[in-house]
Design a protein around this ligand. Structure first.
Ligand code: FMN
Length: 190
């Protein structure tokens, strides 16, 4: 089982990251997990030239090139984001925009998410749902929401961790439905 964990917050050990780590703890031994902290990456926003439509790939040479390979490699993609100005973090939004050239290639991968915020998180959820559904991925259950402001505040929100683990278990259930005995095809994509 191959899981790509995409951390959107600039805080590497922030509230959303803690929740996603709790979710990752539900995956069985032997699961291959790649962690990506998008705020540490050099990801330019989409430049909207639409060159990718004729080329079949994105010509912008930055860290997204490896992340394209990571996305194709993964069977499960889990997101963590802080709610920022009512939406996902800016680095995560740039990452999402840049996946446009992968249209069709993420089909049937299973998606899940956790969001941390002080109060207003609905639009972040909408953006995550839109990403997963526009790529024809499978929404692996309800995401988890954690409340907090300062780094670590979410530790006081027991439901946030309970829901994060629940989200992971639902993703595992969907994975089992798709791949049966747990065997999955190797993609050969590095
Ligand atoms: C620039 C910025 C904008 C924010 N906007 C919102 C917001 O619109 N809604 C909200 O609930 N919290 C907002 N917050 C608070 C964060 O979502 C909150 O501190 C969260 O716990 C951060 O999660 P993290 O520790 O994973 O980064 C904002 C924080 C920052 C830095």
């Amino acid at each position: 089982m191959r899981v790509l964990a995409v951390f959107g917050s600039p805080r590497k050990n922030g509230n959303s990251a803690r929740m996603l780590e709790a979710a990752l703890g539900e995956f069985p031994e032997g699961t291959e997990i790649r962690r990506v902290y998008v705020a540490e990456k050099n990801i330019a926003p989409c430049c909207a030239t639409r060159d990718c439509q004729t080329l079949g790939y994105c010509p912008i040479e930055d860290d997204m090139q490896q992340l394209y390979r990571d996305l194709e490699w993964a069977e499960i993609v889990l997101f963590a984001t802080s709610s920022q100005f009512g939406d996902v973090s800016a680095p995560l939004k740039a990452f999402m925009e840049r996946t446009w050239p992968l249209r069709g290639k993420l089909k049937n991968k299973i998606g899940g998410y956790v969001v941390a915020g002080r109060r207003y998180v609905e639009s972040s959820i909408n953006t995550l749902h839109a990403f997963i559904l526009r790529h024809n991925m499978i929404l692996g259950g309800r995401g988890a929401i954690g409340y907090g402001y300062h780094e670590g505040d979410v530790e006081n929100d027991a439901l946030a961790f309970e829901d994060a683990r629940k989200m992971a278990r639902r993703v595992l259930e969907v994975y089992e439905l798709i791949y049966g005995c747990g065997e999955s095809p190797a993609t050969g994509v590095g």
